[in-house]
Design a protein around this ligand. Structure first.
Ligand code: HEC
Ligand code: HEC
Length: 291
């Protein structure tokens, strides 16, 4: 952007110099823009679109008009710090994001943040195309089933991604020991990460320092991600969740009643075994006293 302002100044003095400068400046800008785009594609698309709607984080279309450039750069470089400062706007966007905070991103310094803002501003120049919203194909029971198999590792990922259960738990899945606890519990992740589209985007480019390097080399396919999202959906919205809760309820109830029945049985058995205990001691005593 800065190049455009300089054009008239230079054209008054010489023809060659400005063309060279402009060429130099614009190729540097093109490089910045390309770098910013690449950085955005690998670090931001998990949670943001520019004009494609909200994901885990807000749509960044026009974000450059929501706050000053300084504020936005400070926030991008260290979101937790701005939040901790008590900033009202930061609290507001956090609340709008289900209290899921933007993480601090490695490699995102003030210069890159500036370049990203330029990129976002440029993309925000065109209004959001209001095309028909693509209808998502509803999840099937087969999707949910495949998702669970992938989650627990009984079905391998096409490109060798590790099974989620080695680091994550989902209640009621994975038998007695459940899942690992290196990563957060994912029982309600469908809700916390804001639903189908945001969770799908997140898994397409996992925004976790632990997962990112692993999944960059072992990318999940769209079909696998779809199945996992279906599985996570079922945990909070599906019949399976209700079923499991009911089964867990009946299981604990039947455990209680079988325990009770067993105790009663034991009492009956001893009552039977000792049915003669009283008379067995008393009768001889009475007999003896008669003599
Ligand atoms: C793991 C998800 C996640 C990732 C990855 C992420 N963000 Fe965010 N971002 C959020 C959330 C959530 C918010 C709003 C809530 C908050 O953090 O307080 C946010 C807020 C923002 C805001 C302020 C938005 C507004 O409405 O004022 C900007 C700007 C921003 N992010 C830019 C970026 C850029 C650029 C990247 C990539 C370099 C990035 N974010 C990566 C989740 C993410
Ligand atoms: C090697 C361990 C590991 C494996 C394997 C792993 N994750 Fe993670 N995951 C983590 C960690 C750790 C975090 C927390 C963020 C961080 O600290 O990097 C996380 C975070 C997440 C989150 C964000 C949760 C939130 O509330 O913000 C989701 C979603 C997720 N993982 C899904 C998956 C899925 C699905 C799989 C299997 C395909 C998987 N993970 C496999 C370690 C792992």
């Amino acid at each position: 952007m800065r190049g455009y302002g300089e054009i008239p100044v230079f054209t008054n003095t010489s023809l060659i110099v400005p063309i060279l400068l402009l060429a130099g400046a614009s190729s540097a800008m093109a490089q910045d823009a390309a770098e910013a785009q690449a950085f955005f594609d690998s670090n931001c698309v998990a949670c943001h679109t520019i004009g494609g709607g909200r994901l885990v984080g807000p749509d960044l279309h026009g974000v450059n008009t929501r706050q000053t450039r300084e504020w936005l750069i400070d926030f991008m470089v260290d979101p937790a710090k701005v939040l901790a400062s008590g900033d009202a706007y930061a609290q507001e966007i956090l609340a709008a994001s289900n209290q899921v905070p933007m993480p601090q991103l490695p490699g995102l310094d003030a210069a890159m943040a500036g370049a990203l803002l330029d990129l976002i501003a440029e993309k925000s120049g065109t209004p959001i195309a209001a095309g028909p919203v693509e209808e998502a194909v509803p999840f099937t029971a087969a999707d949910v089933f495949l998702g669970e198999e992938l989650f627990v590792g009984s079905q391998a990922f096409m490109h060798g991604s590790p099974a989620c259960i080695s680091c994550h738990n989902v209640d009621g899945v994975g038998g007695f020991f459940g899942g690992g606890n290196l990563g957060p519990d994912l029982t309600e992740v469908f809700t916390t990460l804001n639903g189908r589209r945001p969770l799908t985007a997140w898994l397409g480019s996992p925004a976790s320092d632990t997962m990112k390097p692993i999944f960059a080399d072992a990318k999940m396919t769209d079909g696998e991600i779809n199945a996992l999202v279906a599985f996570f959906d079922a945990q909070v919205n599906g019949e399976s969740a209700a079923d499991r809760a009911a089964v867990a309820g009946t299981a604990s109830a039947s455990f209680f009643y079988s325990g009770l029945a067993f105790a009663v049985l034991i009492l009956l058995v001893f009552a039977f075994l000792w049915r003669n205990r009283y008379t067995a001691t008393r009768t001889p005593m009475v007999e003896a006293s008669k003599r």
